[in-house]
Design a protein around this ligand. Structure first.
Ligand SMILES: NC(=O)c1ccc[n+]([C@@H]2O[C@H](COP(=O)([O-])OP(=O)(O)OC[C@H]3O[C@@H](n4cnc5c(N)ncnc54)[C@H](OP(=O)(O)O)[C@@H]3O)[C@@H](O)[C@H]2O)c1
Length: 263
């Protein structure tokens, strides 16, 4: 019950990691605000939560920036506060740079980066006014290194680190904590909804994702990291090796990643 009576807002709560986070926070006593576009899926997640905390659904497209202040107002009016914002909604990519329409590059940055900036900026003043808060950002190991077929996705996740490392330093004295979460392969719908170069969904369950860490396990690691107020956490299995190769043997990493099988 580490999050008893905390108000936790999770974006991308209709499937995958966000859904698993909703169940995990609910079990630990949190009140939930659940956001995604698919209302029916959010209702199903809400109804499957087992905890005693209250639940509010706020379905919207996170790239609809104009509605962010209204949504934050609705959340604050309902619960009086937001203790933890988990920016988790995201979309992946399966296309080479030369095959990717510029509109797709932009779309991925909008969903994965600008929406996170916008929603965070809308929530922050309320957190500061109340004396503190916690912003979690679901990045990726691909926020720390890049692979082929994911150029815009990697760029969007790298951008989150640049932005939120700066924000962390700016608001530390106002008791705002920032946690950047970097999962490896997690078994979710991510590859089904990943965008191809023409903007269509990839529509396939990739092998690495199929064999990835269960979302419930990932969610458990995320709650532990948030409880410890970690600044950055890597949640992965064997693929974590790439992170250390990139850090300690960048030349070798560069050679190996050219040949990497990344679907
Ligand atoms: N699975 C992995 O291997 C992995 C690894 C590293 C990082 N991640 C990151 O983990 C996060 C969650 O992804 P996941 O793996 O759980 O995939 P997922 O099952 O496809 O979930 C993505 C979530 O984001 C929501 N979403 C997407 N676009 C949205 C939009 N425009 N507005 C509002 N909500 C939107 C989706 O809901 P609706 O479609 O209902 O809107 C869904 O709830 C993402 O940021 C992803 O980059 C995943």
């Amino acid at each position: 019950m580490r999050f008893r009576n905390k108000v936790v807002w999770i974006t991308g709560a209709s499937s995958g990691i966000g859904e698993a986070l909703a169940y995990a926070f609910s079990r630990e006593g949190a009140h939930l605000i659940l956001t995604a576009r698919r209302r029916e899926r959010l209702e199903a997640v809400r109804d499957a939560c087992t905890g005693e905390g209250k639940r509010l659904l706020l379905p919207f497209d996170v790239t609809d920036y104009g509605c962010h202040p209204t949504m934050v107002g609705a959340a604050v009016e309902h619960f009086g506060q937001v203790d933890i914002l988990v920016n988790n909604a995201g979309v992946s990519q399966r296309s080479l740079v030369l095959e990717t329409d510029f509109s797709v590059d932009r779309r991925i940055m909008e969903v994965n980066y600008f929406s996170v900036v916008s929603l965070t900026k809308a929530v922050l003043p309320y957190m500061i006014e109340r004396g503190g808060g916690h912003i979690a950002v679901v990045s990726s190991l691909l926020g720390k290194f890049s692979t082929p077929l994911r150029s815009a996705y990697c760029a969007s996740k790298h951008a989150l680190h640049g932005y939120f490392d700066a924000l962390r330093a700016e608001v530390y004295d106002q008791n705002i904590r920032i946690t950047l979460i970097c999962p490896g392969f997690v078994r979710t719908e991510v590859s089904l909804h990943a965008l191809r170069g023409d903007g269509q969904e990839h529509g396939r369950m990739d092998d690495a994702i199929e064999k990835g860490m269960p979302a419930e396990v990932c969610a458990r690691h995320i709650l532990n990291a948030l409880h410890k107020r970690k600044e950055e956490v890597y949640i992965a299995r064997y693929e974590k090796i790439a992170l250390y190769l990139k850090r300690f043997a960048p030349g070798l990493f560069s050679k190996l990643i050219r040949k990497a099988k990344v679907a």
